[in-house]
Write a protein of this length. Structure first.
Ligand SMILES: *Cc1c(COP(=O)(O)O)cnc(C)c1O
Length: 389
């Protein structure tokens, strides 16, 4: 059938040579997925079972990232979400219903806490917060309707390492599921499924992406039942991730190990140096004995990341701490972390009764890939600004 040139734009006969074998994963974009015939048309989200059906459930680029994250985490299957927070809310929406009860550590990532307090409660879920150091004592907090227990280890900002196996064990005995935010460990320093966790999530935005230029998340599940439950909700929530971002995450993964090693070494060196400075009360780095739950890090983790917090001595005011942060030159000020640039963020815990009494004397540091001596010099010059204020 002869074609007009305008039709050829959409249905070309041109064929480039075949047989290109590159080291990079191709970026497959697509909403429509073609079926070979009318009888093959099926609207199923489970593309592992049914083959590709619709771009919303992932293109080969998305699923390559998913299967590779799954392989690293030793899980059953992985879903890719548009961000880490999207992964958190999807887990909650998949496994909870009105009348259920959920347990969340006080040390959880703040938007996770807010989702529970503001959205889950609105939909009739009972929400309780527990102290991150509770361990097996969590058993006393279970109710008849407790369905899901969150862990985040170490916790955001305050860095408490949790006894995840003890909590997961208690949950299992009471027929509840354990979900873990495994972002700090990059999914590699803590083997969640070997420690009793049922579902993990990570902000791939962080170490997997590694360059502060994408937002992505992952959810990895232990078994088929969790996979079915999450997949059905993932489909209906419609949270597709961009294949372009997935291709950047796949590129980031190739250098994850060397970035993590370099960052771990610099972070440990700076954490130990800060710990003995006269201005510092406490360094909250899981690999240092001064960090709450350090013994669980030692028992359960195989490495440490570049994110830790510093608590200044009680004599320093909020203004002095802010002067320290503002005096930093190489450390930039901003949210998110795990990129190549070092960052500092001041926090103010006020006088919240359920949190440690760090007040406004706590600053979270993200260590990047700059030369460690330059970072140390930057911290040293900024520390001189503390006393001056
Ligand atoms: C950043 C972060 C998230 C959220 O990830 P986004 O991709 O920014 O949505 C969740 N949990 C932890 C511990 C994080 O640090």
């Amino acid at each position: 059938m002869p074609k007009h040139w305008t039709t050829k734009l959409i249905h070309p006969d041109a064929r480039p040579p075949e047989g290109f074998h590159s080291l990079a994963t191709a970026t497959y974009r697509g909403s429509t997925v073609l079926f070979p015939n009318g009888g093959a048309v099926v609207d199923t989200w489970d593309q592992y079972a049914a083959g590709y059906t619709y771009g919303l459930y992932g293109t080969p680029t998305t699923l390559e990232l998913a299967t590779r994250i799954c392989e690293l985490e030793n899980g059953f299957r992985t879903f890719i979400t548009p961000g880490g927070q999207g992964a958190i809310s999807l887990i909650n929406l998949a496994f909870l219903k009105a009348g259920d009860h959920i347990l969340i550590p006080e040390s959880i990532y703040t938007p996770n806490r807010k989702f529970a307090g503001e959205v889950l409660r609105r939909f009739g879920v009972e929400v309780s917060f527990y102290q991150p150091a509770i361990g097996a004592g969590i058993e006393a907090l279970f109710r008849e309707n407790t369905r899901l227990v969150w862990c985040e280890s170490p916790g955001s900002i305050t860095m408490e390492v949790q006894d995840v196996p003890a909590i997961a064990n208690a949950a299992q005995k009471r027929g509840a599921m354990t979900a873990l935010d495994n972002t700090w460990s990059a999914g590699v320093y803590f083997d969640a499924f070997a420690h009793g966790v049922d579902v993990t999530m990570q902000a791939l935005t962080k170490y997997c992406g590694g360059h502060s230029d994408i937002l992505l998340g992952s959810i990895t599940v232990r078994d088929e039942a969790c996979y079915q439950r999450l997949g059905a909700t993932h489909q209906l929530m419609g949270c597709a991730a961009s294949p372009d971002d997935c291709s950047l995450a796949l590129r980031g993964m190739k250098t994850l190990a060397v970035r993590l090693r370099a960052i771990e070494e610099s972070a440990l060196e700076l954490a130990r140096w800060l710990a003995v400075r006269p201005e510092v009360e406490l360094v909250l780095h899981p690999a240092l004995a001064s960090c709450p739950g350090h013994e669980f890090w030692k028992r359960d983790f195989t490495g440490s990341a570049g994110l830790f917090s510093v608590v200044f001595q009680r004599r320093f005011t909020k203004q002095q701490v802010l002067a320290f942060v503002d005096a930093l030159e190489l450390f930039k000020i901003g949210y998110s972390w795990a990129g190549v640039t070092s960052l500092a963020v001041p926090y103010d815990f006020g006088s919240s009764p359920n949190r440690p009494s760090y007040g406004a004397r706590i600053v979270r540091l993200n260590i990047g890939l700059e030369e460690v001596e330059d970072l140390r010099a930057d911290l040293a010059q900024a520390l001189t600004r503390l006393s001056v204020g």
